[in-house]
Design a protein around this ligand. Structure first.
Ligand code: PLP
Length: 377
């Protein structure tokens, strides 16, 4: 069988062993519908609630504040939809948010949405926040925890504290943060969205931490205290919490203390091969698993990814949603790198990635860079 070195964890992470085992056990043990009145249903409900309690304790919030959903897209849509009916002012949305947040804001906050800019490193602009807040405070703020394209970490804790002090609802998209950074503290945000497939849980499982008074738009059943209708995915939820538990333990294990080492060596080797290579967000704190490489000018984004695919490397061009599209990346544009989208290769490893995967990719790319592959004369 063909070997593929999978370096696209920010798009989706393969199901981890702990999640697989927990899922197999859950489908056997809890076949019932958690809303059913009989004991089989009751046992499924108990499993769901135990998972909710564990998830809430990882995030640092109350179990009653957590709603299970189908993923981060749904969670974000639900939060933005709810906010649009409850706040009077503008929603500030960082310029580098995932397309699902940008689209939700565009739909429900049409005409009352402001883009919060980022600097050249891809971090939200604190000075802009201070200045604009003095002029007209926001009605609500949405800033992601870690960017999916660059891995750059955002000052969500500071923003959450500022919003809390001023009584402004704060929404944090933690889809890329969870599992790669400790979850603790996220529960202090009013709204937190996440999904399991980014850290080796089950695809199609997500959650939303909500503030009091939240009203969802999915109606039809009494599930999730009437805040999100639809039968819950008990095995998926149980398995996903097992995955996050495993990732949190991995993060705490000192053996994994130097987790960015292989990624950093990869970047150093590319830079050595060509002075024209850029690494986005290299000067600010980033996720340890992500490298957003800007190849020298003149190369076509599609060709790089296709070429690498043929060599047995699965990497991406940017967010999964814009992969394969010729549309320029809004993240690069926000960082002042308009028109550079076709040069970007996003490499994202994971907990199972071996140093050899990064080394092999570095070898292939460095060879191409030296030979001038893709260069436009
Ligand atoms: N937010 C971020 C930062 C993401 O990277 C993604 C997935 O690409 C999403 C939201 C959407 O998540 P889901 O696939 O669970 O809808």
């Amino acid at each position: 069988m063909e070997t593929v070195r999978y370096l696209d964890y920010n798009a989706t992470a393969p199901l981890c062993r702990e999640a697989r085992e927990a899922w197999l056990e859950a489908v056997e043990r809890w076949p019932g519908n958690p809303s059913s009145p009989h004991r089989v249903g009751g046992r499924a409900e108990r499993a769901l609630e135990l998972a909710r309690e564990e998830m809430a304790s990882l995030l640092g919030c109350g179990a009653e504040e957590l709603i299970w959903t189908s993923g981060a897209t749904e969670s974000i849509n639900a939060a933005v939809h709810h906010l649009s009916g409850t706040i009077a002012g503008e929603l500030w949305v960082s310029a580098i948010e995932h397309p699902c947040l940008r689209a939700a804001a565009g739909r429900w906050f049409a005409g009352r949405c402001r883009v919060l800019p980022v600097d050249g490193s891809g971090v939200i602009d604190g000075e802009w926040v201070e200045r604009s807040w003095r002029e007209t405070p926001p009605g609500a703020v949405a800033v992601m925890a870690a960017n999916n394209e660059t891995g750059v970490l955002q000052p969500w804790e500071t923003m959450a504290a500022r919003c809390r002090d001023e009584g402004v609802p704060f929404l944090c998209d933690a889809a890329q943060w969870l599992g790669k950074q400790p979850a603790a503290g996220l529960g202090l945000c009013d709204y937190v969205a996440g999904c399991a497939h980014k850290f080796g849980g089950v695809p199609g499982v997500g959650w939303l931490k909500v503030a009091r008074g939240f009203r969802g738009y999915l109606v039809g059943g009494p599930q999730e205290e009437g805040r999100r209708a639809g039968t819950e995915n008990v095995p998926g939820v149980v398995a996903s919490v097992a995955a996050l538990r495993a990732r949190e333990a991995w993060l705490r294990d000192p053996v994994n203390g130097n987790r960015a080492e292989a990624r950093d060596a990869f970047e150093a080797r590319l830079r050595e091969a060509s002075g024209g290579v850029g690494i986005l967000g290299a000067d600010v704190p980033r996720l340890w698993n992500t490298s957003a490489v800007l190849m020298p000018p003149g190369d076509c984004r599609r060709r790089w990814v296709v070429r690498l695919d043929r060599e047995g490397f699965a990497v991406s061009t940017g967010s999964a949603c814009s992969s394969g599209q010729e549309k320029p990346s809004h993240v690069l544009a926000a960082m002042g790198l308009d028109g550079s989208g076709e040069r970007m290769i996003r490499v994202s490893g994971g907990w199972e990635t071996e140093a050899g995967d990064w080394t092999a990719l570095a070898g292939t790319l460095a060879g191409w860079l030296r030979e001038g592959v893709g260069r436009v004369e």
